[in-house]
Design a protein around this ligand. Structure first.
Ligand SMILES: C[S@@+](CC[C@H](N)C(=O)[O-])C[C@H]1O[C@@H](n2cnc3c(N)ncnc32)[C@H](O)[C@@H]1O
Length: 259
């Protein structure tokens, strides 16, 4: 499907909010606002999200034995965008038969309009025509490549339940550490890059996040790899793993602590 054929039912709303929709190399959609950077890798939004964030959940699983956990698992998804990472988190729980009662999912997104269109999709009965149907299809294709299927009906029902029961909190813009609502086990750090917003990548901000907002065992995943992050990992007794970027992109990183 070419760009002009993208006829999602949200397209007029997105355009009115200055978003352009782009189809990435794996046919999953991404957004770009006002000529700024795209939200995802041009070669595959869904495949990149699976690579960076679904795999972070898998790393977390290997750190802990969920069967023995009695405490909730707090996941921070910084930068909601099109919701790829929230969808992947719920899929991870469903696939591993983890109890969704145990999940507390905290999204942070400065453009609350993005939650509005996602939440409309969650309650809509239609199962095609939305940009989010294409997000899920993209994830399904990326996961099929890993030999895993996804049920969209179960996914939507569970996400709706998470939202209604306040296990999923859709938070707003973050500009200081006190804007974070919890202490987290898993962090998807997917706000824009330092080119767009330097304040989220300073040693001071990231250092505060690590020292004040992470649990004893944690996994932190991001598409970037910076010297500041490496120093902060060391200062917080955490392991720093430099990863290949998705599809030849610059390096990504995964930081975890297991003790
Ligand atoms: C790279 S996109 C996130 C993509 C998203 N994770 C997804 O799966 O579609 C970055 C998002 O971070 C949001 N954002 C940027 N700065 C923010 C801030 N200070 N607080 C909260 N959200 C922010 C942007 O509005 C944008 O939606």
């Amino acid at each position: 499907m070419g760009f002009n054929e993208m006829n999602y039912r949200e397209i007029n709303l997105l355009t009115a909010h200055n978003y352009e929709v782009e189809l990435t190399g794996d046919r999953s959609p991404t957004l770009r606002i006002l000529q700024m950077e795209s939200m995802h890798n041009r070669r595959g939004a869904a495949a990149e999200a699976v690579y960076l964030y679904y795999e972070a959940m898998a790393r977390y699983k290997s750190l802990v034995n969920q069967e023995e956990r009695s405490e909730p698992l707090d996941v921070l998804s910084f930068g909601f965008g099109l919701g790829y990472n929230e969808i992947l988190t719920v899929i991870f729980f469903l696939k591993n038969n983890w109890d969704l009662n145990q999940l507390r999912l905290f999204s942070q997104e400065k453009d609350l309009f993005l939650y509005d269109i996602f939440n409309d999709w969650l309650v809509s009965g239609a199962d095609t025509g939305s940009i989010f149907d294409e997000v899920v299809l993209g994830i399904e294709r990326a996961m099929l490549a890993m030999g895993e299927g996804v049920s969209k009906v179960a996914l939507k029902e569970n996400m709706k339940w998470m939202l209604n029961s306040k296990r999923w909190v859709q938070g707003g813009s973050v500009s200081s550490i006190s804007d974070f609502a919890s202490i987290y086990d898993v962090v998807f750090y997917d706000a824009f890059s330092s080119k767009v917003d330097d304040s989220l990548w300073t040693e001071e901000f990231l250092g505060g996040l690590f020292s004040q907002r992470l649990k004893q065992n944690f996994v932190f995943s991001t598409y970037a790899c910076t010297g500041a992050l490496k120093r902060i990992a060391a200062a917080n007794s955490a392991q720093f793993v430099k990863r290949e970027g998705y599809s030849g992109k610059r390096n990504a990183s995964l930081v975890y602590r297991d003790r």
